[in-house]
Design a binder for this molecule. Structure first.
Ligand code: GAR
Length: 194
């Protein structure tokens, strides 16, 4: 199973996938890692791991649809079986979703459909919920919407800050992402042998 991973930031979830592949625990090929801006640590990690990278810089385009078209073309060039949004903080167009129909996977640091968007951890704390968590789901053209594959709860403690809670969520999120990719890879391999 070939995947392309899209990142906007530090890429610690991506690192968990790279580590699992390198340890022989996850039988997939990371064909490429793409980012929406230059200079992300996610891309730096990928270069260090010998993975191909590309940047489709959002700010270099005046027209959002042109950026979407360029992103779609860049990802499609790698013919991925699954595209993973791993902390990719851009809404993609319906055309992108159509191009990778049923193949676009997203992770989110909250129990969707609660607290979608760029500040899922902060919003859950501000609301005062006592339990939040993370979600792995097939993404559609909405903001963190689409069929849910896996979720796991994380308790919010009185002493939590946004950072401590996000880090605890990410520990679970990394495990859930890797196990989801493992089960998709197993299904992919089974489908190829039929
Ligand atoms: C992750 O917690 C991911 O769920 C979140 O960004 C973080 C990226 O961390 N994504 C969203 O909030 C999407 N709405 P990382 O760059 O260290 O992997």
């Amino acid at each position: 199973m070939r995947i392309v991973v899209l990142v906007s930031g530090t890429g610690s979830n991506l690192q968990a996938v790279i580590d699992a592949v390198q340890a022989g625990d996850l039988d997939i090929e990371i064909a490429a890692v793409g980012a929406d801006r230059a200079g992300t640590y996610g891309v730096e990690r990928s270069v260090a791991a010998g993975i191909e990278t590309f940047v489709v810089d959002f700010k270099a385009y005046t027209d959002r649809s042109e950026w979407n078209a360029a992103l779609t073309e860049a990802v499609a060039a790698y013919q991925p079986d699954v595209v993973v949004s791993s902390g990719f903080m851009r809404i993609v167009s319906p055309e992108f979703i159509d191009a990778f129909d049923g193949k676009y996977l997203n992770t989110h640091p909250a129990l969707l459909p609660s607290f979608p968007g760029a500040h899922g951890v902060r919003d859950a704390m501000a609301y005062g919920v006592k339990v939040t968590g993370c979600t792995v789901h097939w993404a559609d053209a909405g903001v963190d919407t689409g069929p849910i594959i896996a979720q796991e709860a994380v308790a919010i403690e009185d002493y939590d800050t946004e950072d401590t809670l996000h880090e605890r969520i990410k520990v679970v999120e990394r495990r859930l992402l890797v196990s989801t990719l493992a089960s998709l890879a197993a299904k992919h391999a089974a489908a190829r042998t039929i």
